[in-house]
Design a protein around this ligand. Structure first.
Ligand SMILES: *Cc1c(COP(=O)(O)O)cnc(C)c1O
Length: 387
């Protein structure tokens, strides 16, 4: 394997519910869910059955044809997004690919520039890294796609100043995941909506990490800014429960008409297997009341971590089951290792933040095992730092 991912932490062979098992037979509580992907955990019967049945029936057709599952998934996405009449969906395979489609949509406004926020992460393909904030991801690959303007996060004035008549779109993560689960101030998304509308630019929300019930509503914007209507939303990660599937949702007929026949495409996007998986995920979230479940579990773990009263934890951030545990000291990477040794999978998006994005089906009792272990994990992380 190419070295781009660094040294792998584990060799995993099996998964069951919220647990994964490694090649030595050790079990780990999966508090990362494949980075907000395994929405239903591992081996969920509804997802397994949907994939098995669809695999036996029809796996792939090409986009010269459509399938009932593809149409059904498109309709379901529009419904949960609260999209108006005339809205459309483009199905693809990954978050980066969804954002590439959004980038092309923005260019079709006839205005060349896109405004993005500092700290934002939008993927690793050439277009998506051009939109991404982190210098270390971009610098080795210059020259990148031109026309990207960066403004400070959560700064309404800076955004207003940046959005002029050459800006086709503003691209925003409702909660910045890779930056360490950073939530904007109340009213920021609404301000972004007003600014873009006044300037005639699109408001595109990157919901690749926050979408599909992760924050306790179907989409992060519905949690943070109820009633807001964006121009487009990108999704991926949690949608297929582990089967690669992503999408661009465009709101209303005008935006939905920007990309026309022949202007975009994908071979695998929206194939029947991926659509069956995504429909099983959406049906299970709705049918099992997982939106409420996610809100309650998220509040539970945040309250339990606060109640520890450990001075080495300065707080938590996030909504639903996308949370960061904030550390006083820059020992998040060491804590990830200590957690793994103790049987927990978490990750460290920054040196001071540990991210939790567990399966949406996780229980309070499972979450509690991590909170109970946290003081000891912090001891061990401290020892690793000094040794
Ligand atoms: C993960 C992520 C992406 C990239 O998704 P890939 O499937 O890895 O291409 C884009 N945007 C956000 C907000 C993400 O969290």
């Amino acid at each position: 394997m190419m070295g781009v991912f660094g040294e792998p932490g584990l060799v995993l062979t099996e998964g069951d519910g919220c647990y994964v098992t490694d090649a030595d037979g050790r079990r780990y509580l999966d508090l990362l869910g494949g980075i907000a992907v395994n929405s239903l955990g591992h081996g969920h019967p509804a997802l397994v059955a949907a994939v098995q049945e669809q695999a036996a029936r029809l796996i792939h057709t090409s986009n010269l044809f459509t399938t009932p599952g593809q149409v059904a998934l498109g309709e379901r996405l529009l419904e949960i997004a609260g999209a108006p009449e005339g809205s459309r969906v483009f199905l693809c395979n990954t978050g980066s690919e969804a954002n590439e489609a959004a980038f092309k949509l923005a260019r079709r406004t006839g205005r060349p520039d896109v405004v993005v926020l500092e700290g934002g992460f939008h993927g690793r393909t050439m277009g998506a890294i051009s939109l991404t904030s982190k210098e270390a991801y971009r610098a080795p690959f210059e020259p990148l796609v031109p026309g990207v303007r960066r403004v400070p996060y959560d700064d309404v004035e800076a955004l207003r100043d940046a959005v002029d008549e050459s800006v086709g779109a503003v691209l925003v993560e409702p909660i910045q995941g890779e930056a360490g689960v950073v939530v904007p101030s109340q009213g920021y998304l609404e301000a972004a909506r007003r600014i873009t509308r006044d300037a005639g630019a699109l408001l595109i929300l990157d919901e690749v990490q926050t979408g599909i019930a992760r924050t306790g509503e179907w989409f992060g914007f519905q949690t943070l800014a109820p009633g807001l209507v964006p121009d487009a939303v990108t999704v991926a990660k949690g949608l297929g429960g582990g089967v690669p599937v992503g999408g661009l949702i465009t709101f209303g007929p005008e935006v939905s008409g920007l990309l026309t026949a022949g202007q975009h495409g994908t071979t695998f996007g929206g194939n029947p297997l991926a659509c069956a998986a995504a429909l099983a995920v959406l049906d299970t979230i709705a049918g099992d009341g997982l939106l409420t479940h996610v809100v309650r579990r998220g509040e539970h773990i945040a309250a339990r971590i606060d109640a520890l009263g450990d001075a080495r934890v300065t707080g938590t951030r996030g909504r639903g089951l996308l949370r960061a545990v904030l550390l006083r000291d820059a020992v998040a990477p060491q804590l990830v290792v200590a957690a793994r040794e103790a049987g927990f999978v978490v990750n460290a998006p920054t040196a001071n933040a540990v991210r939790l994005a567990p399966p949406l089906v996780i229980s309070d009792a499972e979450l509690d095992t991590f909170v109970d272990a946290l003081p000891t994990l912090l001891d061990r992380a401290g020892e690793k730092e000094t040794s």
